[in-house]
Design a protein around this ligand. Structure first.
Ligand code: UD1
Ligand code: CA
Length: 519
């Protein structure tokens, strides 16, 4: 297939889209990773036209700003008053730097159009040496659309809008999809002859076809292979329908490419996402923006990933991530929240109710439960105990915390940045660390425990706690009287008794209770 020589593309995007009932211009409504307008531009981009003109009007500023972002090479052309699609094209051609060759015109609200279909339309147009070619489709419900009216020989006679159609014309189910190819000079001449003698008092681009036929110019009807491609969007019900159709198209493409989707009906993948073979996406999952999922990774159920990379064989379960990097074989969730610049190295683990922002979690490092990790660098194979908080904000500025390789941070610890826990260092559970802990040291920073014997019997007499305590003390007195250093002093004379426990048990989180601070 030779590359069609398209000089100019005109996208019509000045309309208000009244029936959307929205403050947002219709063509800026999002649909799986692009706006409606973005989809149209993407479908026509492979034509590599010399000039792309986008007619803007309603919400011109917003649409122009969006164009600068997604298609900086496209030029906005202002149609201050929306006097019809013919008028819009006339204004665009006046602004076009090149008045020759093939001109493609596309309604800005046809997001399901495939690039192949646009290319085939151009191909058919040029092969026939046509003055104009329209993309048509046979649809079950043509309500509201322009009808393709043919003569007995099947040749195009005219395109008639529904509101101007006779009952017989309304019964036709072949519709104008709103995508056309024109020969520039003949389009120009004919646009000058358009009238506003119709129900809406507008200049209809579609009238160009009847006028060309009347002067014996060759026109072509190119029928779309898949009618759903030609669907426009006029209200939010149609938008939801388009979204579901596009979801199915995208999902089918990925399954055919070797990705397992366990429940395609609840899997929403933006057109900008990439997945590798043998990735698995479980149900109720949204993959958005420039998200990538590598081979063998399992994502979902109940996951939303936005602009996030997932490495090979990683798992992400019931979690939300934005602009994060999840390394190979890393494990995330259930119920994790990865915020921008959260970077998990290979085999790192971020577990349940853990939030990570602007931090590196090193290879094989673990943050398994109930923690906040902000502005931190966690070394390889470090272990961050449950309920550790990286205190990164002093009310004015954010500061960083570094935890060295294979360090062990006990549960319920706050690390007050800027602070550093050295490689292989330990931090005792329950510590509030605001000074560096050197490599290999134990940092302890918490109040000492004291037990006041008999307090419950005195101050909470008659409660179920007091009764339980009494039974336990009786059992202890009967069974092993005098065997523990913590035994009740009997009777209750000993008020405010203090019994500091120093235990050698360094297991779990009772680590080095009552020990001294870093030496
Ligand atoms: C148009 C076609 C109709 C076709 C349908 C396909 C005409 C007269 N009718 O109808 O035959 O079946 O599309 O969806 O063209 N626009 C402007 N400036 C204007 C008017 C419209 O830029 O002055 C833009 C709109 O923003 C929209 C596109 O042109 O993107 C089509 O306009 P719309 O009003 O939606 O046309 P339809 O009535 O749907
Ligand atoms: Ca429309």
């Amino acid at each position: 297939m030779s590359q069609p020589r398209v000089r100019t593309i005109v996208v019509l995007a000045a309309g208000e889209g009244k029936r959307m009932k929205s403050a947002l211009p219709k063509v800026l409504h999002p649909l799986l990773g692009r706006t409606l307008l973005g989809h149209v531009l993407a479908a026509s981009a492979p034509l590599a036209a010399d000039h792309t003109l986008v007619v803007v009007g309603h919400g011109a500023e917003q649409v122009t700003a969006h164009l600068a972002e997604v298609a900086p090479d496209a030029s906005p052309v202002l149609q201050a008053e929306q006097r019809g699609t013919g008028h819009a094209v006339r204004i665009a051609l006046d602004a076009a730097p090149d008045q020759t060759g093939t001109v493609i015109v596309i309604n800005g609200d046809a997001p399901l159009l495939r690039p192949e279909t646009v290319a085939a339309l151009v191909e058919a147009h040029e092969a026939a040496g046509a003055a104009a070619t329209v993309l048509a489709a046979e649809v079950a419900d043509p309500t509201g659309l322009g009808r393709i009216v043919r003569d007995e020989a099947g040749r195009l006679e005219q395109i008639v809008e529904e509101r101007d159609a006779t009952p017989a014309q309304r019964a036709l189910r072949e519709i104008n999809a709103g995508i056309y190819a024109f020969d520039a000079s003949r389009l120009r001449d004919t646009l000058g002859k358009l009238s506003t003698d119709n129900d809406q008092g507008e200049e209809y681009l579609t009238d160009v076809f009847g006028l060309l036929v009347a002067t014996g110019e060759p026109v072509v009807v190119h029928v779309a292979p898949d009618a759903t491609e030609t669907l426009g969007c006029n209200d939010r019900v149609e938008l939801a329908n388009l979204r579901a159709l596009l979801r199915d198209r995208v999902n089918t493409g990925w399954m055919r490419a070797g990705v397992t989707l366990l429940d395609p009906a609840t899997t929403w993948i933006d057109v900008t996402v990439t997945l590798e073979r043998d990735a698995v996406v479980d149900q109720n999952t949204q993959l958005r923006g420039v998200t990538t999922v590598a081979a063998g990774a399992v994502v979902g159920p109940d996951v939303t990933l936005i602009d996030t990379g997932v490495g090979a064989d990683a798992t992400v379960l019931r979690s939300h991530a934005v602009s994060a990097e999840i390394g190979p074989r890393a494990s995330v969730g259930p119920y994790a929240y990865l915020r921008p610049a959260a970077r998990l190295a290979e085999q790192a683990k971020v577990g349940t109710f853990v939030e990570v922002k602007n931090s590196e979690v090193g290879a094989g490092a673990k943050v398994p439960h109930l923690s906040y990790v902000g502005d931190a660098t966690i070394g390889a194979r470090a272990n961050i105990g449950a309920a550790t908080i990286f205190v990164n904000y002093d009310g004015v500025a954010k500061h960083r915390t570094t935890v060295g390789e294979a360090a062990f941070v006990g549960c319920d610890t706050t690390l007050m940045a800027p602070v550093e826990v050295g490689p292989g260092a330990y931090v005792a559970a329950g510590s509030a660390i605001d000074k560096d802990v050197p490599a290999g040291a134990l940092g302890v920073a918490r109040g000492r425990q004291r037990n006041i014997d008999g307090w419950v019997a005195r101050r909470r007499a008659g409660t179920r706690s007091a009764e339980a305590a009494e039974r336990a003390l009786e059992r202890a007195a009967g069974g092993q009287a005098g065997a523990t250093e913590n035994a009740p002093s009997g009777g209750g004379g000993a008020s405010q008794g203090e019994a500091t426990h120093v235990t050698a048990d360094a297991g779990g989180l009772g680590l080095a209770k009552g020990d001294t601070a870093t030496e």
